[in-house]
Design a protein around this ligand. Structure first.
Ligand code: T3D
Length: 290
């Protein structure tokens, strides 16, 4: 499947999306949102796990055509998201933003509701781990995109800029949700109001991302993680993502009950049976994602 603004592949259980507008540091255009909706929709449709009810469907769902599958096609068990060239994603493409349209101030809520919200929710509700590979600068909604991933690794030379402050805007596309939870409200307030560049090492020290690695090691580290998840107990990983997200809204009792409910589901999976058998037989487990 080929797209105008992203590269997409789905092989060996690993789906890869690479934002591909390097001349604009992979800033979001209307077309890129459309391409991302379609590609993530395909990954979701192919994924082995159950679909999540509260997913906001892609605009193209009605005319969605599944990719042609070869006999050896393996459904994706992990999604890797990265950027082409020297940037990860510079946020909204500002060349598509004339502040005044037909004599009226532009209503910025429109694209947030139509494009960014479904994008961020589609990643958070995808029943697969999403690995964000931050190869270079992430700015504005590019930071939101990175932090919507489950595990974020970044090159040492990469950085995160809450560029909204320089435009007189609030952080958006979920950033005011993710950031205080990851780094605490004190730091979240300062970086949001100042819009200063946060280096990848600092981001890792603060717990904003999982790990910062040498530039030359980034793609090998990303592949190692992707290979791990391509052979992991996929349903267990998906429900782990769900239960941790739910913990921010639940009290302790409700959270323990949710764990119990999800554990009941996982206790019926082939992967749980295989995990126990492999332990008792002192061998490596062979998980199928079922
Ligand atoms: O509008 C709505 O729908 C509301 C939603 C808002 C969400 C948002 O994301 S708001 C925030 C938007 N993003 C920004 O404000 C970031 C703007 N970019 C920058 O500040 C800088 O480019 C960076 C700090 C990210 C990187 O700086 P540097 O010096 O490494 O690169 P550069 O030279 O500035 O950029 C390289 C090229 O990419 C350049 O094009 P040129 O001059 O070579 O033709 C630059 O214009 C282009 N570019 C970078 N970011 C954007 C962009 N073009 C359009 N939109 C961008 N966001």
């Amino acid at each position: 499947m080929s797209y105008q603004t992203i590269l997409f592949s789905n092989e060996g259980g690993i789906a890869r999306i690479t934002l591909n507008r390097p001349e604009r540091l992979n800033a979001f255009s209307e077309q890129m949102h459309e391409d991302l909706r379609d590609a993530i929709g395909r990954v979701r449709a192919d994924a082995p796990a159950a679909k999540t009810a509260d997913f906001v469907p892609a605009a193209k769902t009605a005319d969605f055509v599944p990719a042609a599958k070869t006999a050896d096609f393996v459904p994706a068990r992990v999604l890797v998201l990265s950027g082409a060239g020297r940037g990860f994603c510079a946020g909204q493409d500002l060349s598509e933003r004339k502040p005044v349209v037909n004599g009226e101030p532009r209503d910025l809520s429109t694209t947030l509701e139509r494009n960014y919200k479904p994008l961020i929710l589609s990643l958070r509700t995808l029943d697969l781990p999403v690995i964000g590979v931050v190869n270079g600068v992430a700015a504005g909604a590019g930071v939101s995109l990175a932090l919507a991933c489950d595990i974020v690794i970044a090159a040492k030379s990469a950085s995160f800029i809450l560029a909204f402050a320089k435009l007189g805007l609030v952080p958006d596309a979920g950033l005011t949700y993710f950031l205080p939870r990851l780094i605490g409200p004190g730091r979240a307030r300062a970086v949001s109001m100042l819009g200063e560049r946060i280096g990848a090492e600092q981001a890792a020290q603060w717990g904003m991302i999982w790990r910062c690695v040498e530039d030359g090691d980034l793609s090998a580290e990303a592949d190692k993680l992707a290979q791990h998840f391509a052979q992991a107990p996929t349903r267990g990983v998906a429900l782990t993502k769900q239960v941790i997200d739910a913990s921010f809204d639940n009290g302790l009792g409700a959270q323990i009950s949710l764990e119990a409910k999800l554990q009941a589901e996982l206790g019926r999976t082939n992967d749980y049976k295989e995990g126990v058998a492999a332990f008792l037989e002192k061998r490596m487990a062979k998980f199928t994602g079922s």
